[in-house]
Write a protein that binds this ligand. Structure first.
Ligand code: BDR
Ligand code: CA
Length: 308
């Protein structure tokens, strides 16, 4: 079993990622920490608890982390995910309580006290992890790997060059990329290959159970918004790619590179800058994923949504 903590900002695609993770017997999901991102923190933590309730996983604790980015002013993505963050479907009211401890304090405690290293799956802005690293750099020796959805090498989705998670807190991203921890980066270059075509959406809906129906309803709303606002032909499954990578890394391939994030330029704030040339020895290379078996990812998602 892979021991993992998911840090997220649900968000429709975070929700599909959580549905898969919460139904997987291959993941030992220690906790979900939430951050302000797609919608404000009060909604992301409530949405995570609704998803645990929907999936019958009252055993997974949910923590609220940072309510705003480190330096820049907050941005949100209601235009894509709706005002609640999970527009298009009605989820059950949460029966899972919000943990009293702050999400950043939890990350520091959980990592330093774990007898084994833990994988971190980050699906939102990196504020929580950066705050934990700044306060307690030793936590990094307890991290197997950070598997991150973030960045866009060929293009952005908020500005021409910046992707939402890195643009929402570029300074936090910089802290994480400079921390020296192993990172696998799943960017828009990958997730835009994993689009919810009408046929894939129909197959999710045809599963016909309460979880798959909610997934199909959420993806219908989110797909329409992605089409109208970003001109995409279908909803990209950004965050589920992180969980798919944990469960079936053979579906993905990439290359090693040095990755940095722009934090100063108003024009290119949050841009992912990838250096594939000779790597300076002090910078651990990032595993930059650029290829994905999209049909394999959908098969994995269907398999989990079929028996949630
Ligand atoms: C990322 O931004 C959010 O809107 C999504 O949940 C995903 O994590 C894609 O740019
Ligand atoms: Ca997200």
């Amino acid at each position: 079993m892979i021991e993992v903590i998911i840090d997220c900002d649900p968000g429709v695609d975070d929700a599909i990622a959580l549905m898969v993770a919460l139904s997987s017997t291959a993941l030992d999901l220690k906790a979900i920490t939430t951050v302000a991102g797609n919608v404000p923190l009060a909604l992301t933590q409530a949405n995570a608890r609704k998803l645990c309730t929907l999936m019958g996983r009252e055993d997974v604790p949910v923590y609220a982390g940072c309510p705003r980015p480190l330096v820049r002013s907050p941005i949100t993505a209601e235009a894509i995910h709706g005002i609640t963050g999970l527009e298009g479907a009605t989820l059950p009211e949460p029966t899972v309580p919000l943990q009293a401890q702050h999400g950043v304090a939890y990350l520091m405690d959980a990592l330093t006290q774990s007898p084994r290293p833990i994988t971190l799956a980050t699906l939102g802005p990196l504020t929580n992890l950066a705050a934990a690293v700044v306060q307690c750099p030793d936590i990094l020796t307890h991290v197997t790997e950070v598997v991150m959805m973030g960045g866009g090498i060929a293009q952005g989705n908020v500005t021409p060059v910046a992707e939402f998670n890195l643009y929402a807190d570029p300074h936090a991203a910089r802290v994480v990329f400079e921390a020296g921890v192993p990172i696998t980066l799943i960017s828009l270059d990958v997730t835009h290959q994993v689009l919810t075509t009408p046929d894939r959406l129909a197959r999710i809906r045809a599963l016909g159970n309460p979880v798959s129906t909610i997934a199909a309803d959420l993806l219908t709303y989110y797909g329409n918004r992605d089409r109208e606002i970003l001109g995409l032909p279908g909803a990209p499954l950004h965050d589920p790619c992180v969980i798919a990578y944990l469960l079936q890394p053979n579906l993905f391939s990439g290359y090693s590179a040095q990755v940095t994030v722009e934090t100063d330029s108003p024009l290119t704030l949050g841009q992912t800058v990838v250096n594939r040339r000779t790597l300076p020895p002090h910078c651990p290379p990032v595993n930059v994923i650029d290829q994905v078996d999209a049909d394999g990812v959908y098969a994995l998602i269907l398999q989990h949504l079929a028996s949630p």
